[in-house]
Design a protein around this ligand. Sequence first.
Ligand code: MSP
Length: 513
Amino acid sequence: MKNFYITTAIDYANGSPHLGHAYEKVLTDVVARFRRLKGESVHFLTGLDEHGQKVQQSARKAGVEPLKFCDEQAEKFASMCRLLNISNDDYIRTSQERHKKVVRALLQKLFDKGEIYKSEYKGFYSARQEQFLQDKDRNEDGSWPEIFGEVSEITESNYFFKIGKYQEWLVDYIKTHDNFIFPRFRAKQVLEFLKEPLNDLCISRPKERLEWGIPLPFDENYVTYVWFDALVNYISAVGFGAADFESYWPADFHVIGKDILVPPHAVYWPIMLKALDIEPPKSLLVHGWWLSSGEKMSKSLGNIVNPLDLVSQFGADAFRYFLMREMNVGQDSDFSADQFLARYTSDLGNDLGNLVSRGLNMSHRYCGGFVKAQSVNEEPETSLKDAWSAVRGEILPLYEGMQFHIALDKIFAFIRAINKYAETRAPWKLAKSADPADKARLETSLAFMCEGLRLAASALAPIMPTISEKILSLLAQPKLDTFGDALNWSDRLCGAKLGAQEILFPRPQQPKA
Ligand code: MSP
């Protein structure tokens, strides 16, 4: 059986994990969890991109071997995944032998097919930054910026991959495969880039400049260009060459940020695969960027958001909720601590948290902690059921179409509708009535609140897995493995013994004056 295979970009081992890395993992995790709940067999891969100049430099600075440096970085990134409750099935590191052997085999195959040739490369080189420069790196007056130090024109022999000859094929492929790039507007950007002739890709770096890489199998004096190496992770991790490779490949989604669409994922990668007679991935899911107070996050601006601070204070699910609620997948979004607090307090604390505590509290007070029968079916019960049936019809297509922010908006509108229903029914007033019809209304109203809560918690499972499980367990329900009929309004809670009231989203502590 073909797995639903989804990947994230592999993070550069050079930096520290930040909000952008966290978002990509959460987004991918939400899609993976959603697919599992739909009953699909999912394989979710993430990992670390370890080779290259910057990692070599950072390791040197830290006075350790590159591999040791990467081991420490891998632990930092993997621990972020654990804290965010990311359900990845595998974690690939490009320094692993299972990866390196595939990179070498593919290079050899391309070389044998005559797709790789050696030639001279002439260009401006910054010794300080240890990189070739392009005209776009120049200052307006044509000089080179300070950070590059002394720049000289050098000529170097290198290996080139003939990607130019696949240009026409690629343009046609993108034009005829609407699902290849999501959202579709990003495809225009790629086609725009492909209007200019594609230069063959330099896929080697001389060892004397860069040691920390995968040696070319056909020339030990060179290592592999880091993008060629990194992209291969998507197939090396699922055993390219092994018997069950086809149960994974082609990948259903590569989830990536907009900065690495052109040229690596939309140009190099499909061409590499085409040249190797391997199918391209089905879709690139391209997300936008998180900005911090309107600006790109950067060390020098000092506005990098550390996701782990928020997670340790508010919990992973609140953080996951915020990211999915605020970002329209594909667009950019601005992160602000005020907005985070506003969502936490109003949506999570006042709407969802309040519903949980008042539902449980009143059920304990008026019904001995049990859910009774839904015996009354009049207004406002019918309206609440209708409200759910509208949401229920939309939720799965919205998830399927990556419209998580709208799905959450609808689920939380339903949560507010339950709270409003509680206000209208006012169980605390019904409890004072001696009329037997009011007793039935009282029991029904609490059963309705619990059932509404069960449905909302089930619908939230891909985004807030821990909170969802917690609420379901308070309602004496097992954790959700598949949606099945869990999103249908039912009386399955009738007779359930409820858990004790709990505060799921405690008010944030005020900073001490
Ligand atoms: N190592 C390459 C990817 C190789 S994939 C074969 C890389 N690494 S990265 O660490 O710089 O970025 C990893 C992912 O995080 C990328 O998809 C990138 O777009 C994403 N983000 C980095 N900063 C981001 C934000 N501020 N906002 C959202 N995502 C961004 O690129």
